[in-house]
Design a protein around this ligand. Structure first.
Ligand SMILES: CC(C)(COP(=O)(O)OP(=O)(O)OC[C@H]1O[C@@H](n2cnc3c(N)ncnc32)[C@H](O)[C@@H]1OP(=O)(O)O)[C@@H](O)C(=O)NCCC(=O)NCCS
Length: 420
């Protein structure tokens, strides 16, 4: 695999703290909540949890893929304003599809390292439910008898027209290339569910979740907005997809494509969620540590992004991680924990096989097969989960990473300040 790509190193950039909403199966209790409002909720909670005043934020870096409301163009701005960031502070939308959340840290790292600001608010948010049913053809009207062009944006957006296949088929290509069987994918998925359930029972996941309730977000001089939960639900405080999933049960599910290895049980779950974090400069982080009496969650050491062939997009993390290691002079053996997004089971197994990765260090609290993959929120969720797990296990280095539709991979290297 190529070692060409994009690399950023950071000397003194810190992830202070982070938090997320629960990840809720699509068409569930968060189904009526716009990605902007989920983002505001996560952003407010991240500031509160970090003990950082909105006033201290000098940049809002937000990500969202599917337009989940008509005001999506203003999403980063509205998230910043309704989270209490000052009027004068600008906000930007970032898009690297499933790699968006990681890219948010990379860009925020550049903002603070370059001296553009002391602290940045990073927010990834995604409503899979509110993917629109869209048409790009009807502004000029309908011809009598002509086919109506409305389609499901979510299903259509999972296709890559360059190779002419969808994301599940890219994983099937990897399964064939790496000789990965249905049994192996189901076993990997079953383990992901078991690890997620165990981490739920031990309270690990609850440690990064802010419960979501029906509530109003006020902003002086402007229209209030807010969250209304679906149905009779009054509070959502836990992820909904993870459940015990014995391999014999998963083995009975029909493959998405005849003869293929991917099913609804061993592919990433479609969920609604947002995640947010605070990234700060060394000076800010050291003053923060004095004030808070605790160390940041992690040091953001470096980031790498690469391109791979679109028809095997899922292999992206392998060359991204290789580039990250080559440029930082570390070896895979020195990386104690990895969070690699489980877009599809065969895809993650192909990455592990390509890298010769020990599965015992991978996604130890469950992955997206069990917990879900809210596209732009995923990288923030994985990086916060990784840093928290590194603190729990008292290990020094960790990598969070994902493949990206269209053929890319992105990876972040995080160091635990309690062990460094
Ligand atoms: C694979 C995919 C198409 C399946 O979608 P779906 O058909 O709506 O999936 P469902 O959740 O309904 O699951 C299909 C079946 O498996 C069952 N199932 C899923 N997980 C299960 C589990 N852990 N245990 C038991 N049964 C399970 C469901 O109950 C359902 O059964 P039913 O058909 O009897 O209702 C969809 O999840 C997907 O595309 N995921 C990947 C997303 C992706 O690629 N993201 C971008 C990455 S680049």
């Amino acid at each position: 695999m190529t070692s060409r790509g994009f690399f950023s190193a950071f000397d003194d950039v810190w992830l202070l703290d982070g938090v997320r909403t629960p990840m809720v199966d699509y068409c569930g209790a968060l189904g009526h909540v716009s990605p902007t409002d989920m983002g505001i909720k996560a952003a407010r909670a991240a500031l509160a949890r970090a003990g950082v005043a909105g006033d201290d934020i000098g940049s809002v870096v937000a990500g969202n893929m599917a337009p989940g409301d008509f005001d999506q163009f203003c999403l980063p701005r509205h998230v910043g304003l309704y989270a209490g960031v000052p009027m004068q502070v600008p906000a930007i939308m970032v898009q690297r599809i499933c790699g968006t959340g990681f890219e948010l840290f990379r860009q925020a790292g550049e903002h603070v390292q370059g001296g553009a600001c002391d602290a940045a608010l990073v927010v990834g948010t995604e409503s899979m439910t509110r993917n629109p049913i869209a048409s790009f053809e009807h502004r000029t009207g309908f011809k009598l008898g002509a086919p109506v062009g409305f389609k499901d944006f979510m299903w259509e957006a999972l296709k890559d027209p360059a190779p002419g296949i969808n994301m599940i088929q890219t994983a099937e290509n990897l399964a064939r290339k790496y000789g990965i069987t249905r049994e192996e994918v189901d076993q990997f998925a079953s383990d992901s569910f078991a690890k997620a359930v165990a981490a739920q029972q031990s309270g690990f996941h609850a440690g990064e979740i802010v419960p979501v309730v029906t509530e109003k977000f006020e902003l002086e001089g402007y229209h209030p907005r807010g969250i209304r939960l679906s149905g009779k639900v009054t509070e959502v405080n836990a992820d909904t997809h993870a459940r015990p999933s014995p391999v014999e049960v998963l083995a009975k599910l029909k493959p998405v494509y005849e003869g293929g290895v991917q099913t609804g049980g061993n592919s990433s779950a479609l969920v609604d969620a947002a995640a947010a974090a605070i990234v700060a400069s060394g000076d800010y982080a050291r003053a923060w540590t004095k004030r808070q009496g605790r160390k940041p969650l992690g040091r953001v050491v470096a980031a790498a992004a690469v391109g791979v062939p679109p028809e095997i997009m899922g292999i992206g993390p392998a060359p991204a991680i290789r580039l990250l290691l080559a440029r930082t002079g570390l070896t895979l053996n020195q990386i104690d924990r990895l969070e690699i997004n489980e877009a599809q089971g065969a895809q993650t197994l192909a990455v592990a096989r390509e890298l010769g990765l020990d599965l015992a260090r991978l996604n130890v609290n469950g992955g997206a097969i069990a917990l879900g993959h809210p596209l732009a929120a995923t990288g923030v969720r994985l990086t916060v989960t990784l840093a928290r797990e590194m603190k729990r296990a008292q290990v020094r280095y960790g990598i969070s990473s994902a493949c990206v539709g269209g053929g890319q991979g992105i990876a972040l290297l995080i160091e635990n300040p309690e062990v460094a």
